[in-house]
Structures are given as C-alpha cells and as structure tokens.
Design a protein around this ligand. Structure first.
Ligand code: NDP
Ligand code: ZN
Length: 353
C-alpha cells in the first residue's frame, strides 16, 4: 500500500510502498479516506518534535484522519462505518492514564502519539487500531472528518478552562484567539455561539484568506504588529477568555495582561526553549488580584472527539470548505507539504467511499 513517511536521515516526506497492516486481536482494519496536515507534522518532519517508532527506519506521518472500517475483525464496529482515530497509544502495556480512559492526561514519556511520537501515523491506504481508539462519526463527515481531531483538542482545552471558572458565576462576553492557523480558526468558529464578541490575532497583511475567514465568522481581526497582545484591553477590551494557538512563548505571559478580571487563558502552543525576561512580580500580582487562571492543555480523548463532532455539525456549511483550501493525492506529496500563504488547511486524499 501507499504511505507518506519520513525516513531516518531524510528531511522530506516521501511516498513509499509498505505492506498493508494486519489487525491484531481487538483491532479493526481501516481504509483511509483523508488525512489533514498541520503545524505539528512540519515539526515532526524537521525533527523538532516527537520521534520515530523505535523499531522502524521510517515514520508514517499523519494524526488527523478519517477512514472507513474495512474489516471489523473481532470488534463491535460495523464494516462501512466512518471512523476517526484518536492519537495516543500506550507505550508497551497500558498504564494508569490509559486504564482510567484519560491518555490525554499522561506525561509525554507514558504514551506514544501516532504520526508524531514513537508510532506510525495514518497517512497510508490502510491502518489498524484497537476499536476503543476509533470514534464513529456521521456518514456526512467523509470530507470534514479530518477536522474532528484538531477540534477535539479545542473541546478539551475549553472544558478545562471552563472547569477552572466553575466555582463562581463566570460572566463571559469577549474572547480572543491568538493565532490564525487552522487550530485558531477552528476555535474561533467554535466560540461564536458562546461569546458576544470574538477577536483573532495574527500578523498578516490583507488580502489574506485567514483574515477573510475571521471576518466571515463574525470576529474582529487584530494585527499583532500594530496591537500587541498586551495592548488588546485598551485598543479593544479586556478578554474573559484567551485561547493561545501561536506557539509564540511570550504570548503565554502577555495573556495575563489581556485578561479581564476573573478571566482564563488557555495555552495550546508548543514553543521551543525560548528564554526572555518577564515582569514576574507584576504578572503574579495580576493573576492573584484578578482571580485569573492560566491553563495548559494538550491532546484529547474520545469524549472530546464526540463533542467535536457535535460542534462541527453545528458550524455553517461554508466553513469546512473555506478552511480546507487544498486537497492533494498522495503522489503529490511534495506539493502537499510546501507552504504558501494562500493555504489554510491542506488535506491528502487516499480514497473515497
Ligand atoms: P500554525 O503554525 O499553522 O499556526 C500558528 C499561527 O499563529 C500562524 O497563523 C502564525 O501566523 C500565527 N503566529 C505565530 N506567531 C505569531 C505572533 N507572534 N503574532 C501573531 N501571530 C502569530 O499551527 P496550528 O494552527 O496548527 O497550531 C497552533 C499551535 O498549537 C502550534 O504551536 C501547534 O504546535 C499547537 N498545537 C497544540 C495542540 C495541543 O493539543 N496543545 C494541538 C494542535 C496544535 P503566520 O502564519 O502568519 O506565520
Ligand atoms: Zn493536529
């Protein structure tokens, strides 16, 4: 079968041939329809994040997939059912996080991540998975099912952010998303139903497809070159929720200044080891006197995938088409992994139903 993989010592993903995987006990065989590309894939290719499966000279990429059950094997899944796989798998034997059904809460050294860290991903004609890690999705998700995994990360992040505000009557009107990449834009669309006013921060000139999308969902575009995060409260308003999806480390601290009294900032970006000065005392005081919270959030699990399906079903029809700007066949791997400002979300299509 075809697979898109990075080989050890190489810095480019390539189309390779490899044997179709055989499902083991409790696993189903899934025929891949589509796989999304995101910022994490580029970090994996560049060797800045994750790592190869221990026993392999290559890593199959891809963690945002939708496929159809080809062989249910001894599982309860139905053949022909559309499914989206979760990302995390137990390293050797299941540990306490997996036993509790909370692999998203495991430290990095107690889980593998398919397509990212220590396990092959889904950019191949077929993949196998334990049924417990395959989330059934509606038949209408053939094209947009690749958005379930990224949206599930947002579902988890917002669940944790809200939980940190659950001890009192949290008044929330205004939300700011930092970052106009696919994750930021998905989240911005998600927040429309919950907040009266939404903002999204980027660093692009017009015309730009992400700015068009920001305005089309009904949000305000904030250019970080004119209005840095710390100036947002005076230029616009203080925010009840800030969702960080830039991976720019300073934004974690700037978020404290952007928050309204009793607000919460949730951090998703994965920066490198940047070092810089912060006004620690002032920010500490602002967190305390403002009853503010900063929450980090990574990955997601089955309940978040299910919530993401509901969220995506409720978004306007045009949104998925506007977000997924490019669809390539596996053979066009070089084009698929080239970057361009006209692109928002790129997808590789292995097949159709
Ligand atoms: P992208 O890299 O595609 O998007 C990041 C966006 O932030 C880009 O549009 C970029 O603008 C913008 N940006 C970066 N720095 C600044 C800045 N200083 N001012 C204004 N805008 C800025 O990534 P994704 O959308 O896929 O993901 C966002 C982040 O979340 C990444 O760090 C990713 O690793 C992380 N992530 C975390 C997950 C989790 O579970 N915690 C899950 C998925 C992703 P431009 O394009 O113009 O450069
Ligand atoms: Zn992703």
């Amino acid at each position: 079968m075809r697979a898109i993989a990075v080989e050890r010592g190489d810095s480019q993903p390539r189309l390779i041939e490899k044997p179709r995987p055989e499902p083991g006990p409790g696993e189903a065989l899934v025929r891949t329809l589509r796989v999304g590309i995101d910022g994490t894939d580029f970090e994996v290719i560049d060797g800045n994040h994750g790592g190869f499966p221990a026993d392999s000279d290559h890593q199959v990429l891809g963690h945002e997939a939708v496929g159809v059950v080809e062989a249910s094997n001894d599982t309860d899944l139905e053949e022909g059912q559309l499914v989206v796989p979760t990302v995390r798998r137990p390293p050797n034997t299941a540990n306490e996080y997996f036993r509790r059904g909370e692999p998203d809460m495991a430290p990095p050294d107690q889980c593998l991540e398919r397509g990212i860290d220590g396990a092959h991903g889904y950019m191949a004609d077929y993949f196998t998975s334990p049924a417990a890690f395959l989330v059934p999705v509606p038949a209408a998700f053939e094209a947009t099912g690749i958005l379930v995994e990224p949206m599930s990360n947002t579902e988890k992040a917002l669940e944790h952010a809200s939980a940190s505000r659950s001890a009192f009557d949290w008044q929330r009107d205004a939300a700011l998303v930092l970052g106009n990449g696919p994750l930021g834009l998905l989240t911005l669309a998600r927040l429309q139903s919950e907040f009266d006013r939404t903002y999204c921060l980027g660093r692009r000139d017009r015309p730009d497809p992400t700015i068009d999308l920001i305005e089309r969902v009904g949000a305000t575009y904030v250019d970080s070159r004119e209005t840095p995060v710390t100036d947002v409260p005076t230029a616009y308003e203080p925010m009840d929720l800030v969702y960080e999806a830039t991976g720019y480390a300073k934004h974690a601290f700037d978020t404290i200044d952007a928050l309204e009294q009793n607000g919460v900032g949730v951090l998703l970006g994965l920066p490198g080891d940047d070092a810089f000065d912060v006004e620690g005392g002032r920010l500490h005081r602002s967190l305390v006197q403002g009853n503010k919270a900063l929450v980090g959030s990574v990955n997601s699990h089955v309940t978040h995938f299910e919530a993401a399906c509901e969220t995506l079903s409720a978004l306007p029809d045009w949104f998925g088409d506007a977000l997924v700007t490019d669809v390539f066949e596996p053979a066009a791997v070089d084009d698929a992994f080239s970057r361009s400002p006209d692109r928002i979300k790129t997808v590789i299509e292995f097949g159709s139903r």
